[in-house]
Ligand binder design. Structure first.
Ligand SMILES: Nc1ncnc2c1ncn2[C@@H]1O[C@H](COP(=O)(O)OP(=O)(O)OP(=O)(O)O)[C@@H](O)[C@H]1O
Ligand SMILES: [Mg+2]
Length: 500
């Protein structure tokens, strides 16, 4: 018997239809993947199931009984917990305070029993074999990946019968992602239902028993995983045939050096990084997470204090502030890791976010320039297939993948020709991913120079011309040509680690 059955589920936000007559059913003991392109309604569906949002129409049955939670507590009472795509954690609280938020063990005087809180936290982390986390650390000090892991702990702490993971692997490095996939299978084996959302087909393939595909808020198909090909799934997701995900790798690098980095250091995370990025090149940055990749991007962009020498197009450049790094054709533009923290102004419109950093190009010329702005925005929205009701929709109300596209568009509009792309396709659906990769190659062919990090290693392997493998804050190896493979990247990163 099905554990969850959903019929006729609909949800609107003003004029925006997020879900329209969606159906869904899933059994206990299975991993059920929910697939669909950006803006298809997946997160909305999850928010309804977990009591964060109320639906307008439709019926949900859990265990054969009506289910309509008024809030997340109501969902929890029926054994349902979600790990949200946009994390729900509180920066000022510690890891353990976040995990047990509003569910802390209390004394009769209603103060928190600290030793018990610690004991429960350690027991939880051990039970599910969590990657290392310090219970007493303040959340604000953690990386995005670590915060994601805390969010997962918070979900599991509720010991739900139904656990929903909304792109929980998208911010995780390879090892941690693998841990989560394994854990997911284990939970299903215990008889729980895991509803799993991911834009990484390989992951879905590795763990899903069944899958349901949404498109434009509707259910277009449900399959046994073994009975359907990747190609069919993608076609059903995006409503058209996708020829290939990765573009042909045509070498377009010239001898001209766009960005030369010498002895770049920053705290204990980055020590003496040297490399040269050439005009027309896509230079990948790989290695095990936490070996300085993030700090490298931040330092180059001027968002973190660093020392060393930088040359842009043959001229010495100061490692200045981000605003300075942004301006002009000789500048540097960044797609940052944390899109909600660093990349977007959530309450501002799609238009404002896109043109924020280039506003000077429009503002002096009055009416005509307003028109030009509208035109550019329209082009960008069309080109990146940003799913927004109008360009005036607040960026914070876009689906996760569409927020990512706005950040990408914003960077393109700066006209900077040195691009720092940190996980630019995180949370982006396969259709648009392919377009972003193609765009990267096209930009390279036009003489742009691209530094590219991806937490999804196959992306590095298929898109980059060369790959710098980082270890302990240094460039440990540079892979080229045939040597660019997942195995080689891992080997370079691991061998070094043993030697260290
Ligand atoms: N609070 C809101 N206000 C207005 N529109 C919203 C709101 N929340 C979601 N939407 C819209 O509902 C639609 C579905 O969004 P949803 O987040 O469910 O997509 P998704 O399938 O999770 O996409 P992604 O893969 O990008 O995460 C989108 O068009 C989105 O803009
Ligand atoms: Mg989503």
């Amino acid at each position: 018997m099905d554990l969850v059955t959903v019929t006729g589920l609909s949800k609107r936000y003003g004029g925006i239809v997020a879900l329209s007559d969606a159906t869904f059913s899933a059994r206990a003991g299975e991993v059920h993947a929910l697939l669909g392109e950006n803006g298809a309604g997946k997160s909305t569906f999850i928010q309804i199931l977990s009591g964060a949002v109320q639906h307008d129409a439709g019926a949900i049955m859990v265990d054969g009984r009506d289910y309509r939670p008024a809030n997340p507590d109501g969902a929890q009472a029926r054994g349902i917990a979600a790990v949200f795509q946009e994390l729900s954690l509180i920066p000022d609280l510690t890891v353990e305070q976040n995990i047990w938020f509003r569910r802390e063990p209390l004394t009769p005087l209603r103060t928190v029993r600290r030793a018990e809180l610690r004991r429960r936290t350690l027991a939880l982390l051990e039970k599910y074999d969590f990657p290392p986390l310090r219970p007493d650390q303040e959340l604000r000090r953690l990386t995005l990946a670590e915060r994601q892991i805390v969010e997962i702990a918070k979900g599991l702490a509720k010991e739900p019968r139904i656990l929903i993971l909304d792109e929980a692997t998208s911010a995780l490095p390879a090892r941690e992602a693998e841990w989560l996939l394994k854990l997911t299978r284990q939970l299903a084996a215990e008889g729980r239902l895991v509803i799993f959302i991911s834009h990484r087909m390989a992951e879905v393939r590795a763990i899903a028993d069944r899958l349901t595909i949404f498109r434009n808020g509707r259910t277009v198909a449900a399959h046994e995983a073994g009975a359907v090909s990747d190609e069919e799934i993608v076609t059903q997701m995006i409503g058209r045939h996708l020829d290939r995900l990765y573009p042909e790798r045509v070498a377009t690098a010239t001898d001209r050096i766009a960005l030369k980095v010498t002895g770049l250091s920053s705290g204990s995370r980055l020590s003496g990084v040297d490399f040269a990025l050439r005009e027309g090149e896509v230079l990948g940055v790989g290695g095990l997470q936490g070996h300085g990749q993030r700090e490298l991007f931040q330092a180059l962009f001027g968002a973190t204090r660093a020392s060393g020498r930088l040359e842009l197009w043959g001229k010495p450049a100061s490692i200045g502030n981000p605003r300075q790094a942004l301006t002009g054709r000789d500048g540097i533009a960044l797609v940052p890791e944390d899109r909600r923290g660093q990349g977007l102004l959530l309450t501002k419109s799609v238009r404002e976010n896109l043109t924020l950093s280039v506003i000077g190009r429009f503002s002096r010329r009055g009416f005509l320039s307003r028109q030009k702005e509208a035109e550019l925005v329209r082009e960008m929205v069309g080109f990146l297939r940003i799913k927004a009701d109008t360009p005036e929709q607040a960026a914070g109300t876009l689906s996760g993948g569409n927020q990512q596209k706005v950040i990408f568009g914003k960077m393109l509009l700066t006209e900077a020709r040195v691009l720092l792309l940190y996980d630019p396709t995180r949370g982006v659906d396969v259709g648009t991913k392919g377009e972003i990769f193609q765009l990267m190659r096209d930009l390279a062919a036009k003489g742009y120079a691209i530094l590219f990090h991806s937490s999804d290693m196959p992306e590095l392997v298929h898109v980059a011309d060369r790959v710098l493998v980082m270890r302990n804050g240094r460039v440990a190896a540079t892979l080229e040509g045939e040597r660019i493979s997942e195995a080689e990247i891992l080997r370079a990163a691991m061998l070094q680690r043993e030697a260290a």
